[in-house]
Design a protein around this ligand. Sequence first.
Ligand SMILES: Nc1ncnc2c1ncn2[C@@H]1O[C@H](COP(=O)(O)OP(=O)(O)OP(=O)(O)O)[C@@H](O)[C@H]1O
Length: 622
Amino acid sequence: MVPGYREVRQLGAGRTGRVFLATYQETGAYVAIKYLNATLRRDTEFMDRFRSDTHRLVEIDSPDVVRLYEYVETATRAALVMELVDGVSLRTLLAEHGRIAPEAALAVVKSTLLALAAAHERGVAHRDVTPGNILVQADGTTQLTDFGVVVHAEEPGVPAGSPPYMAPELWTQGRDGPPADVYAAACVLFEAVRGRPPYRTENGDGEQDVPALRDKHLVEPVPVEVAPDTLRDLLRRGMAKDPAVRYASARQFAAELEEDAAAGYGPDWEKRGRRHLAELATLLALRFPLARTGPAPSNGLRSRLPRLPPQLWVAGGAVVAAVVAILVSGGGVPPGPGTILLPPPEVRDEPAPATTSPAPTRSSPAPRRTAASPSPPATRTAAPPSPRPTRSGQPGTSAPIASVRAATILRWNGTAGTIGVSADGTGAVRLRIAYTRRDGDGGAARTVRQESRTLRGRTSYTSAVTHDPGRVPCGELAHVGILVMTEPAAGNGPQVSEVALTGPDCPAPPTPTATRPAPPTTDPSPSPSTPPATPPSNGPEARSSAGPPAGGPEARSSPDPKAGLSTPTLLTDSPEPSGGSPEPAGEAFDGSQGPAGESSGGVQEPGFASPADARPGAERSG
Ligand SMILES: Nc1ncnc2c1ncn2[C@@H]1O[C@H](COP(=O)(O)OP(=O)(O)OP(=O)(O)O)[C@@H](O)[C@H]1O
């Protein structure tokens, strides 16, 4: 383990190394640490270039780039300590949801291009722009990671990179650089709206036929005809075979994308795109690094297993057993000559952001240090950084906002529940709630309803929710879930809870020997007109409970026939030490509660697509 950090668990492994969730011991802040694999470490040409890139990468302070805090190299390890992004990769999102709406694709690629521009302007190329290196957070913002970490394909003579995204000049001259990054970003734009990269060649075993793929990149026209009209020019120029015909820079591409997107989808295209991404990402919230972990410990690591639903609650994918082991410690990285210590994670107090439009600026890193000793630099002594810098990214909100410490599902039984929110200030907090249903034991969860509420004027809120879970057929099982997130994002991340409701017993089949009609019986299944929130005594029964992934009291499910009778109102409030705010209610509904995808007052933001809208065939084309 890198000195000064404590490993929590492995987040994943790819072709270039393994990534761990870790905490910075001194402050408890979460970070992600990537260990480069041995093949890369043995490649001296790669290492020389990479080392020099890291010196420039550590200086990039852009909301679109995953911040590099430290690069630590010893004789046996090379580790990148990075900002932890509590989200999923675009690759995972596309694998689960298929293609995404054009506005969402444009929003991702705009952010990616701005990230590339920030790096290019410092003389660093990414070299491997793929959906796997774009991380999507619960608020729909995205960040680009893995700059310069690129491997050679298995085939001899194939340049380093990911073949589905490699520009012609890379194939023919091995020329990487900004134009090749622009090409790859355009390929990602195509993939986001089509659900597959622009060129595909698979041999019989489902593996890529790399030489055939090379030929397609070199000669086959860009398949713009299958893309929405608005995107066609962008794809044509972004993926031009000749780098001289391509956009001159990532920044120019971003500017033209912005223009075309506004012309094709209206001025609020980005807001809609981010909301769409936010919804798709939060449906995968149990895959977020912190969903399994809980809030950052203030001092050291809390040694406890996360409380999790027994099954991963995801849409569009198989339900997988979530067996999580927390790895409390890892092998130590022996300090030695050659250790390079770059600036440590930024240490910040966490004032509530003053405005919502730009992402908070991260302070410039401290001057770079080179040290042979593992002792932390002097700048590591201040207060803890936040678990993740809360990016504002709250499109459309203009009221002052608070920073949200935690959102907790205090109670959830499938028809009613209680959500607690604590904030550091009295500014507005948007509470977003999605309700899901999954029938049977397997299957995918689908969002059946979503709502949002604005909380303001207090620092602590308790908000009641009610929900009609729908009918559960006799003898069957339905899993009814609630997903809670806030804007700004809560320090403990999105919260989820799911309960299983069982339908009533099925009536026994009539016996064939009966000679006269049986006396009338009550239909054990609730009729569709049964009031939703008052399940009959033989109605759906909550069979199991699932606690929130982290923090706060566990959501216990118990059948509560009275639950849900009350209108969703609010709220209790913790007294302010200053004597309390004269402000009235802390919660204001900013819309009604309608089925997902329905336009219902202020809840469904214009163009806030439901997951169904994102599925193939639902695209808007120019
Ligand atoms: N800064 C980060 N914050 C949170 N998760 C991260 C971060 N960096 C990487 N991850 C996650 O760690 C996992 C492994 O990442 P890694 O970059 O090693 O593999 P990859 O991108 O899947 O493949 P490749 O190495 O081929 O690029 C992925 O699930 C990725 O989303």
